[in-house]
Ligand binder design. Structure first.
Ligand code: GLY
Length: 385
């Protein structure tokens, strides 16, 4: 999609800043898989111990985003170094398959921006194999009676056999991809069943979404809901809203089912109605006024989803979505980005969860989705979801 004429100079300027920053950061962090920064320097989540499951190391759910940024830059610039560095990330992720126990449903977040992106651009057969392997692991988490994909393995706090989470809407595109790639409909059938369950049980009448829904893993049916990474049960974790908003657009792109587009629009209308004048997105739309914790990553992901909706609706409708996306992205660019050499990340003030001890940190998926959104405005992003 080409953005409206008057925004083009700004979009080009941001893409220039992105490519300038990635040029030196990619060299500096070539041997890492970063998640956040410590004193401005990328951390590294690629560590692994062959006898462990390294939950916060190589199995960490965000370990696909750095590879995704490198592939986007390879797509935009054609520079070989990005391909080389992205391949290093993908090779490292093989340790997750060996460990096995550390993997949850997040295999889509991990292997779509790495192996599927690689396969799309280079037809690398090893990447195809890795992505199919990950898709099989995801399909194996499907509960056919409850018709949901189990999110996590058991937590120290207890049994999660019946837990599904809204984030999984970003993992199921791996299943659509696997069906398209192999011609075997099973993957796609599972993805659609899961999406239907989410549409019917996570999305509330006002268009907001739950983070976690627990089902009875033996007979199906909703047992209870949880606030998860948001403020409390019944609140509205903003990143969760965006996983739903953009996630249903992904399912719509893969299936053409109108109900997924309508669901994405319902969530979007709720989201747009809650964007404050400042354009700064809080961790939860229903959190107390103070402390005013924010999550810039939610703004970046929402912008991606809103642009996708704008691409799928008629001329008379699209400005609603596009203008909201532009407001979010301009606020990030003007107030929440660091283009200097003092910080390896770009977008500041991300928050992983409302009740975490740490808030307002750089998080790699904030950078990734900001990049994807701006490239979408240019009509030049690599789409692998
Ligand atoms: N998928 C976990 C999160 O959004 O933090």
């Amino acid at each position: 999609m080409q953005v409206i004429e008057q925004e083009k100079p700004w979009v080009d300027q941001v893409i220039q800043k992105l490519t300038d920053k990635m040029d030196w950061v990619s060299d500096k962090s070539r041997d890492k898989i970063p998640y956040t920064t410590q004193d401005g320097v990328h951390d590294d989540r690629s560590g692994h111990n062959p006898s462990g499951n390294d939950a916060d190391g190589i199995n960490w759910w965000t370990n696909g985003f750095w590879g995704g940024m490198l592939w986007q830059m390879y797509h935009v610039t054609g520079e070989e170094k990005y391909k080389q560095y992205a391949n290093l990330v993908e090779d490292k992720l093989d340790a997750c398959f060996e460990q096995f126990y550390g993997l949850h449903h997040d295999v889509g977040f991990m292997w779509l921006p790495t192996s599927v992106a690689n396969y799309q651009l280079t037809q690398n057969p090893q990447s195809r194999k890795r992505a199919l392997h990950a898709a099989n692991l995801l399909a194996g988490r499907y509960n056919p009676v409850g018709e949901f994909i189990r999110a996590w393995n058991d937590l120290p706090e207890g049994d999660t056999r019946g837990w599904a989470i809204i984030d999984c809407m970003f993992n199921i595109p791996l299943l659509y991809w696997a069906s398209a790639e192999t011609g075997d409909p099973r993957f796609r059938q599972i993805a659609e069943r899961h999406a239907d369950t989410v549409m019917n049980t996570f999305v509330r009448p006002d268009g907001s979404v739950n983070h976690i829904v627990e089902f009875d893993p033996f007979v199906g049916g909703v047992v209870k809901t949880y606030g998860g990474q948001g403020y409390e049960d019944g609140s509205s974790w903003t990143r969760g809203q965006t996983w739903g908003l953009y996630g249903f657009m992904m399912s719509y792109r893969h299936t053409g089912k109108e109900e997924y587009l309508h669901t994405a629009k319902r969530i979007a209308h709720y989201f747009i109605a809650n964007i404050p004048e400042s354009g700064i997105i809080h961790v939860d739309f229903r959190q107390p006024k103070e402390p005013a914790y924010e999550d810039s990553t939610a703004a970046a992901i929402a912008a991606c989803g809103l642009i996708e909706i704008a691409k799928s609706v008629g001329e008379h409708e699209k400005d609603l979505y596009l203008n909201a996306a532009l407001k979010l992205l301009r606020t990030l660019d003007e107030q929440r980005t660091d283009w200097s050499r003092d910080c390896d990340c770009i977008v500041q003030n991300g928050s992983a969860a409302y009740h975490n001890a740490t808030h307002h940190q750089s998080i790699i998926y904030g950078d990734y989705y900001f990049m994807e959104a701006v490239l979408k405005l240019k009509g030049d992003e690599l789409y692998f979801w």
